[in-house]
Design a protein around this ligand. Sequence first.
Ligand SMILES: Cc1ncc(C[n+]2csc(CCOP(=O)(O)OP(=O)(O)O)c2C)c(N)n1
Length: 643
Amino acid sequence: MTHSKKTTQEKPIDIKLLDKVNYPSDIKDFSDDELKQLSDELRQAVIEAVSQTGGHLGAGLGVVELTVALHHVFDTPNDRLIWDVGHQAYPHKILTGRKDKINTLRKGGGLAGFTKRDESEYDPFGAGHSSTSISAALGMAIARDKEGKTNDVIAVIGDGAMSAGMAYEALNNAGDLKSKLIVILNDNDMSIAPPTGAMRAYFSRLISGKAYNSFRNFAMKAVKHLPKYFERAVQKTEQYAKDVVVGGNFFEEIGFNYIGPLDGHNLDHLLPVLRNIKQSKNNEPFLIHIVTEKGHGFISPEASSEKYHAVRKFDVETKIQAKAKPAAKSYTEVFADSLISCAESDKKIIAITAAMPSGTGINKFANRFPERTYDVGIAEQHAVTFAAGLATEGYKPFCGIYSTFLQRAYDQVVHDVAIQNLPVRFAIDRAGLVGADGPTHAGAFDIAYLGCLPNFIIMAASDELELARMVKTAADHNDGPIAFRFPRGEGMGLEIPEKLEPLEIGKGRIIKNAGNNVDVTIISFGTRLQEVLLAEAELSVQGFKVTVIDARFLKPLDEELIKTSAKISRLMITIEEGSIGGFGSAVQQLLTNFDLINNKMKFRSMILSDKFISHNEPYDMYDEAGLNAKHIIKLVKDILKNN
Ligand SMILES: Cc1ncc(C[n+]2csc(CCOP(=O)(O)OP(=O)(O)O)c2C)c(N)n1
């Protein structure tokens, strides 16, 4: 099929090469010109796919040429290619046997939004969380060496992901091991938001080349420790790159061969360097520094801001994204507004984000209180201990962080915060299932991993008004760590009063009271409360006496309320959007300790079952998890009918 399309540069190109390409083997014989045309077509294919599915746009468009060059030069999947985070891998998916499924991206049963081992042999390492690629690549390189194999291992990591400590742990290790490893630093001077931190300025200095050796100096020096043929590549590259700097920089000092900076959108720069490194027999790590533009070829640099990192469906011509349904404020926004409201009268409140200012609403806080906001980069571990340090000096730090990313900082939570009983506040966003981002981003474990820690107060909001009050409760609580969790998405449209009342610590609330002879008491921890109320309405119609409790607190548990309710109920059910070991486990332990689970009183807990639920529409994910109203109704009837 040959038809004409316009690229964003308004240059007509024949759409024909990509039609013939299904696997990297199909592009091995392509000329450099064909590879350029393929890149244009691939860029268009990514734009069209994401316009239909939504998802990560800017990052993939920034690595189109790199993707083509890597698959042309290297022998994937035998050579291992690891994309850090994996959110930029859509062009890679198109070139590696998944072209026909690209319109299913992030949909139930379709392609994942990140790299995934069981999706393709071309994805040797799954991701979703950032800054793991160099460590994984080094492990693969060492395994290769031990097996006496010669395949290459390549990690592609962005400048944002290079703000994480883990990346430096891996560089430190790799620089010391004599193993061939190729790290490509994809420097687009963007994380999701503009990157922060001193390394950002350092990368810029490398790019400007001012502080380092000139290209010629490099050529003289570099050939001393690079193979002969590399000299030719160096000379060739000289035609294109005026300011390539190598030697004497940070990467060189720790044992890497640094090559760059190269124009990552220019195949004339990329191909010769990659070809020569492919041929290198040196057992040494290489770091290739490429400069790219997020959203290249579609989104103008000025517009290429945070909002194009991940997009909803959009119109390719106008670039206008589909409007989200007009709805209530998101939980994230309510958190931000409530924190701002508390901070107006409390100068000690400080907000911290680990590279997620808009995702966590901390950007809104930053607009109001720039001097009290810290974006520490993709550095969750540091974020937590940094907050602990602030807390020791009497400040009131709020870590706005996704449940899944807090997993990274677990020892910091235990060792730096909990053991020292420091009043760090954890605003845990994206608690529970998250839809299209899938299991890497689902907040399934925070209830369990925090619930076992002494000193912590742990809350879950059942609606946005509760969330607002939990923010106030956390602001007022200065005797130790406190966490509150809330989900992705919109609240219920509840009015939030200007003056927020804190909650009484450790007290749940009865939402529906069925009196003294109760068929079932359902205790909800978090936003499944709405499903519980739907179930309650239906069960009541069917003649069941149902009491509904909003637990509010996992720690301290409202033991009196739970024990009293158990004594007058035939069945007690807990429900939460979390794994085993969470709220249900705590209630079960309490009831068991007081012999309250017996023939007259049954107990069941509804939780996320013991499996990772794949990306899907939220309702379908809840269905798979068995946490919708219909599941509650069925459980109640199944148990009570036999009694
Ligand atoms: C541990 C962790 N924290 C936060 C995120 C959220 N996140 C996804 S991509 C991204 C920015 C990555 O920036 P960069 O590596 O420069 O890649 P780019 O998107 O600019 O291509 C962030 C913060 C994550 N995936 N993992």
